[in-house]
Design a protein around this ligand. Structure first.
Ligand code: SF4
Length: 584
């Protein structure tokens, strides 16, 4: 059943009160990232810090969720503990479909529970349980217990945090079902600050599909595009891990804390090697016929009884880059063991790997000592990195407490800012060149998925600043529209503007089509207004020296070009977030 208002559930953990609220705004904000920004403007506080109990934690889906394949993501928004500004993260699993089946466009959680709590929501159900006994439980253990606490059908999604979230590491993630995460910028930390160990979303209602021929016809066509054309085959085959070898050949693979952009060892952790040596199976988010999630296995031997057990660990390109190449761990099984530890602790794997890479170089250079690192962090030594992950998650000293707040915060105290691989947050795995470095450093989410700067670098040798900036702004806006729906960004080649318009029309939202362009601009503006209003000044963003020392396929980085892009993009962001005339 489509509706033109949003149906929101707001749960207050401090008072125990829950409201179902119906809000207008579909034509202006569509859903997903637009709805999340709208809700933060409504319930968030520009003048209070991220950990104020009244700050909301928001989960929002879009108008096409549940109707079409790969419309399978949820947008999670919050004021981030990483930079104390508005932030977003996306995850799939069963989260989006469960919200759809619970008849909710969004869940908003405010307040702080007096004790560690698990929350269960359905279409007309809200339940909290005291789970203080679960304090310190890792994320996998927590998932198992929550599934028993709140039994349900397949339309049930389990979101939870590990020790890193409880201990307020600024890049604690929210683990979603199996192998999915709201990874970046500390959504798990916000849950920890609210004493919220887990959320179970029960999709306890059905929803009717549109009548008539238009919808099934279009559904079949989209399904065919997704499953039988070249566009998506790489995601199912070797998965995104297939990027390791080509990026290595292009001299664009960050390696050893970006001291190198390629290595003769890269093939040992390539998608091909992971598939040959570790792959057990593929998995998929609910409603996705592609199944890009690759699950490898790790064998463990128990010394006590000489028995073997295997553990299943999800992998794709980004975690292999951050916990393989960046740490020079060149054995696929060892990379999986580090990822398994990160999964249990509940940290963002990109931030954790990149932070440990910086710490290793800092130790090598004598900037810090083993007194700080406790364990001898050493390139290629997976055991030391597994221990390092636990130390970030459960910090025993000031060094790890700061490292868990972000590499640059730690470097500000101990030194080594020049070689911190931080572009707004610990970098994503693309040393492709100036456009990507600027795009991630200044971009809204500081994510490689904000805009395709990594792809632009690979296709353009020219250094036309205006052309590159136009690309970043326009591409980010197109992605904003898909993030309103909230579609998996891997499907953006299939869900063109035309297909999205047909898709909306076929489910009864044809009235939204006339305003899609305007929505892209309005949501882009609304999101920047939130960030700028919380103190973000893009003109003051610095790109660490390490990025000017990099050599890519185009040769050494051109620092003049990078600086022109940096200042130009900062000006464009200020324009995008400028108030409208009637708001001044
Ligand atoms: S392609 Fe991968 S991430 Fe995207 S919806 Fe499918 S399984 Fe999830």
């Amino acid at each position: 059943m489509i509706r033109n208002h949003f149906r929101i559930m707001k749960v207050d953990l401090s008072t125990g009160k829950t409201n179902i609220i119906e809000l207008p705004g579909r034509e202006q904000f569509l859903g997903g990232t637009g709805l999340a920004a709208m809700l933060f403007a409504e319930y968030g506080h520009m003048d209070r810090d991220w950990d104020d109990p009244d700050q909301p934690l928001i989960f929002a889906i879009g108008p096409l969720t549940g109707y079409y394949p790969l419309m399978s993501k949820t947008c999670c928004s919050f004021r981030s503990p990483y930079h104390n500004q508005y932030a977003e993260s996306y995850a799939g699993g069963k989260s989006a479909l469960s919200l759809r089946f619970a008849d909710l466009d969004a869940l908003v959680v405010v307040g702080k529970a007096p004790r560690l709590t698990a929350l269960c929501v359905g279409s007309r159900r809200v339940e909290t349980r005291d789970v203080e006994y679960m304090r310190g439980f890792d994320a996998l253990q927590t998932g198992r217990v929550i599934r028993k606490l709140f039994p349900g059908s397949g339309r049930r999604s389990i979101l939870r945090i590990g020790p890193a979230g409880e201990n307020l590491s600024a890049y604690a993630c929210i683990n979603v079902d199996t192998y999915r995460h709201f990874g970046r910028l500390g959504g798990g930390t916000v849950m920890g600050s609210k004493n919220l160990k887990a959320i179970c979303i029960l999709g306890d209602r059905g929803f009717a599909l549109p009548e008539g021929k238009a919808y099934p016809t279009l559904y079949k066509e989209i399904f065919k595009q997704l499953t039988t054309t070249e566009m998506m085959s790489k995601y199912h085959g070797l998965g995104t891990a297939v990027n390791i070898n080509p990026l290595n050949e292009l001299k664009s693979l960050p390696w050893k804390n970006l001291q190198q952009t390629s290595s003769p060892e890269a093939d040992n952790i390539s998608g091909e090697t992971f598939a040959k040596d570790t792959l057990l199976r593929n998995a998929a988010c609910a409603g996705c016929p592609v199944g890009c999630i690759h699950v490898g296995f790790v064998r463990e031997q128990f010394q006590a009884n000489n028995q073997y057990l295997y553990r299943q660990v999800g992998y794709d390109y980004e975690p292999i880059f951050s916990c393989g190449g960046m740490l020079e761990v060149t054995d696929a099984g060892q990379v999986l063991r580090i990822l398994d530890t990160i999964e249990k602790e509940g940290l963002d794997n990109m931030s954790a790997g990149v932070a440990l890479a910086w710490a290793t170089e800092a130790l090598d250079k004598g900037v810090i000592s083993e007194e700080q690192t406790v364990v001898r962090l050493a390139w290629g030594d997976a055991e030391s990195y597994m221990k390092g992950v636990e130390l970030i998650s459960r910090p025993p000293n000031e060094f790890y407490r700061l490292l868990g707040q972000g590499t640059l915060k730690c470097a500000a105290k101990f030194g080594g800012e020049d070689f911190a691989c931080v572009l707004g947050q610990e970098m994503a795995g693309y040393a492709t060149g100036e456009v990507f470095f600027v795009s991630e450093a200044l971009g809204f989410r500081h994510a490689h998925l904000d805009a395709g700067g990594y792809s632009y670098d690979q296709k353009h040798e020219d250094k036309d600043v205006e052309k590159a900036l136009n690309f970043l702004v326009d591409d980010a806006r197109d992605r904003v529209v898909l993030n309103c729906m909230v579609g998996c960004l891997f499907s953006r080649g299939v869900y063109t503007a035309d297909v999205l318009a047909q898709a909306l029309d076929a489910v009864g939202y044809g009235n939204l089509n006339a305003s899609l362009d305007a929505v892209g601009k309005e949501v882009q503006r609304a999101r920047w207004r939130l960030r700028l209003g919380m103190g973000y000044d893009p003109a003051r963003v610095k790109i660490p020296k390490r990025y000017s020392e990099v050599t890519t396929w185009k040769g050494p980085i051109d620092t003049d070009y990078m600086e022109a892009l940096r200042s130009g993009y900062a000006a464009r962001i200020m324009e995008m977030g400028a108030p409208l005339a009637d708001e001044e």
